[in-house]
Ligand binder design. Sequence first.
Ligand code: SF4
Length: 300
Amino acid sequence: MIKVNDLYVEYQVNKGFLGGKQTIHAVNGVNLEIKKGEILALAGESGCGKSTLAKAILQLEPIKSGEIISDTKGQMIFQNPYASLNPKMKIGEILREPLEINTDYSKQKITEIVKEKIKLVGLDENCLELYPHEFSGGQRQRIAIARALMLNPEFILADEPVSALDVSIQAQIINLLKELKENFGLTFLLITHDMSVIKYLADRTAVMYLGEIVEIGKTADIFANPLHPYTKALLGAVPQINKKDKKILLKGDLPSPADLPKGCKFHTRCPKVMEKCKTCHPDEIGSSHVVKCFLYNSVL
Ligand code: SF4
């Protein structure tokens, strides 16, 4: 459905007190395929380039080089359902808007579609006359999901869709996303730092570090047999992973994407670092389970 080849995205930011500009290397040579009907998760720490990559895939971010081949248009579900709904508009108006702008459907047809979508996300049509502030966080996220569905997209980018919600209602939204995928064959790119959410929802998982995908494979394989030291560190933070040999504690902060380390970008924090990691960049190894690390020097 979507193929990304050797993608680079960078942008300029102000240096602050020092004056002048600096270049942020947000996405650095990403190759990725998103298959129809799957949930592909992008995992990694805040600032690792997940959101920039996802926005570039939706053509919301200009690219420096590489290519994105896509036969579909996507919609986006944002992290914060408090900020993503216009507080001055009734829910019915919010949901009608995409159809009024993008189609020539009659008012009656738009009303029918709005009622259908609001039921689909588990809400009553009476809520169409209410304003966003009259709903809980979980209900607002359901409304945001309904809005994303209005134009029948095949592909949805969900950027940290539950991280702004109470833990007690996160599971409801996660289950709703799973139902939408299973019942309508929707394809999702799921961005999250929460490995528990990934384990439950995602068919495949890509782990990002400083704008690179360092490991990608089926979620079951990544959790059962993580290869990259960074993936092991991320999984070490998930309480249910208790095999001692897989626990790696992540030390130090993520280096600045304005000043990328040479060689393997993880070498400044890697407990397995070798001399060559400091100067040479590892290639991708493997086919269905792919890793970029010198610890693996043959096809997996
Ligand atoms: Fe660690 Fe070297 Fe592998 Fe990078 S290439 S993850 S520094 S062992």
